[in-house]
Write a protein that binds this ligand. Structure first.
Ligand code: NAP
Ligand code: HSE
Length: 338
């Protein structure tokens, strides 16, 4: 029986949910001849009690955090300390499982070589428990034509609740209770979190070198949306959604995030109310629709655990597409920006 020692960076919404899920998987791990041991957990405040995490495992000292471990699971967030520890682990030859799309989007120049080697597992970073990265990788046999997704759970939830008559403040507090928000919720409502995610998807699907700065330049959020605007659109048979897209423009792949007005019959409206949904269009496969929970501790932790299984089974992490995909002449669908 091999013991796999896990260093967990982050014991918040996702980290705590991950630690609580682990015990139920012990017998399945044993069937793979593996014991998974949570060795230590890095947090800021070691005095806070955290469901599922024994206090003796907590540390706030990043020095020595990676000593005598076999894998780093990073669910802390941010691009600085988390980025430095992830890179340190990768340089030491340790595989890394992460849910941190901000890090992946913004420090790709440093991470890319490790992702290409298969040492970086990041299913939880986009659409949380809805396994979109694995699905998109399985679609490499197609010519990708375009991708449109509702990939931020917070905005999706806020929009649904405001359509139902809640105020922005009410809806925001509910989203916070549900564990959907980023540590800085401006990332959610400003569209930046969606931009991080479409950037990750773009590198996996159409262009391994997709530039974060270019995605950021084409990003808008939902701060200007009011309950009245959303309800008016509904009364007219439409819905306003924050959509992240990959599409061709003047011979280049472009990634953009903005609120758009969609007919109620659109799959992103029928499948994505209050949650995440993504439409993939490719040749020859045609249109595929993926939908499910895109935020929350338990669902995200389930994807982190799924990555751990992949790792234990010897499967590589999430590889960027090896080369840029030819750009189609024009997009199939023009979305009306609001
Ligand atoms: P969270 O509840 O804010 O938890 C973050 C954890 O990281 C906390 O335990 C915090 O310690 C620790 N931490 C943060 N900065 C640290 C530092 N500099 N040094 C040591 N510890 C530090 O966040 P979360 O919702 O679990 O999200 C974690 C990651 O998962 C983020 O990258 C997020 O984007 C991603 N993600 C979240 C969701 C979701 O639905 N929540 C879904 C998909 C992906 P303290 O507790 O002591 O403050
Ligand atoms: N804050 C993110 C969201 C968490 O609302 O989608 C999941 O990535």
């Amino acid at each position: 029986m091999e013991t796999v020692r896990v260093a967990l960076m982050g014991g918040g919404t996702v980290g705590s949910a991950f630690a609580q899920l682990l015990p139920a998987h012990r017998s399945r791990f044993r069937a793979l001849d593996v014991e998974v041991e949570l060795t230590r957990v890095l947090v800021r405040d070691t005095q806070k009690s955290r469901p599922g995490i024994p206090a003796r495992l907590l540390t706030n000292n990043p020095k020595g955090f990676l000593e005598d471990v076999d894998v780093l699971v990073e669910v802390a967030g941010g691009t600085t300390l988390a980025g430095d520890l992830v890179l340190q682990a990768l340089e030491m030859g340790l595989p890394v499982v992460t849910a941190n799309k901000a890090l992946l989007a913004e420090r790709w120049g440093e991470l890319r070589e490790y992702a290409e080697e298969g040492s970086l597992y990041y299913e939880a970073s986009v659409m949380a428990g809805t396994p979109i990265l694995g699905a998109l990788q399985s679609l490499w046999g197609n010519q990708t034509l375009e991708v449109h997704g509702i990939v931020n759970g917070t905005c999706s939830y806020l929009i649904r609740r405001m359509e139902e008559g809640a105020t922005y403040d009410q809806a925001f507090q509910e989203a916070e209770q549900l564990g959907y928000l980023e540590a800085d919720p401006n990332l959610d409502v400003g569209g930046i979190d969606s931009a991080h995610k479409i950037c990750v998807l773009g590198r996996l699907t159409v262009d391994p070198g997709l530039s974060w700065n270019k995605v950021l330049q084409r990003t808008r959020g939902i701060q200007h949306l009011t309950p009245e605007l959303l309800q008016q659109a509904r009364a007219e048979g439409h819905a306003i959604k924050l959509v992240a897209s990959l599409y061709p423009e003047q011979g280049e792949w472009v990634a953009a995030v903005r609120p758009v007005r969609l007919p109620e019959s659109h799959p992103l409206v029928s499948m994505g109310s209050g949650r995440n949904a993504l439409v993939y269009r490719g040749d020859p496969v045609g249109q595929l629709v993926f939908a499910g929970a895109g935020a929350g501790g338990d669902v995200t932790a389930s994807a982190v655990l799924g990555d751990l299984y992949r790792l234990l089974l010897g499967a590589p992490g999430h590889l960027p597409i090896p080369d840029s995909v030819p750009t189609p002449q024009q997009p199939l669908e023009q979305l009306e920006e609001v």
